[in-house]
Design a protein around this ligand. Sequence first.
Ligand SMILES: [Zn+2]
Length: 250
Amino acid sequence: MPQRKNILDHVRQLMPIQTLSVMPRPLMWAEARIIAERQAAHLLRLLRIKKPSVEIERILTRAPIQIEAVPDLDNSAYSGWKDDHWHILMNADESIWRSRASLAHEVKHILDDPFREVLYPNWPRDSLLPAPDEAEQICDYFAGCVLVPERLLLAAWRSGTCDVAALAQLFEVSPSLITVRLRQTGILPPRHRESWMQYTRWAYRRGSTFAVHAAHVLTFSRLRHRTPAPRKPEVSENGSQVSVSGGLSV
Ligand SMILES: [Zn+2]
């Protein structure tokens, strides 16, 4: 049986390294996010993943990556090249949901490793310093795009799965990652824009059937009772529940 090409090479091709090599600056955050989104979408296509939960573990059969889970690790995961493969050391004490996010996070580190000098001039390959914040943030963002793709999240939301716990179960990730993705994808407004009507308009635009229904209810309510300003949706501190005061659940 012919050996399939290393999937990492395909996804790495989306990094515009030729352009970056002649530019006198690293990627801007917005650019890095777009590339991460494209890489995540391409990875899912190559892995033939079309529905949640995203089986990121499939990458282990399409790339030279081996995982070793060890207890008492002082971090969620580490990755590095060892002999002839990428070796990811995973923290065996963390939840499986956290571990899935850590694996996706480390995959982005691995994808970007050949471009470190260009992407992070102050963090060359032989540096013993920990990864800079920009690298950690883009790896987190990539992990969210892979495990909770916008298209699949929107589809679930529009089909009526509008509860953080239910979405976390569907995507097999932590509730906090779902909350982050709901905000990143614009299904929920950013924290500083939170207000009930803003939320409704925001979610309405994103196609939320709940928001459409809620908008009608609010309109009727206002016409009939001249009620004061509607209540805000509430997101608990730990992000585990999103609900609307008054008994409506999103
Ligand atoms: Zn990292």
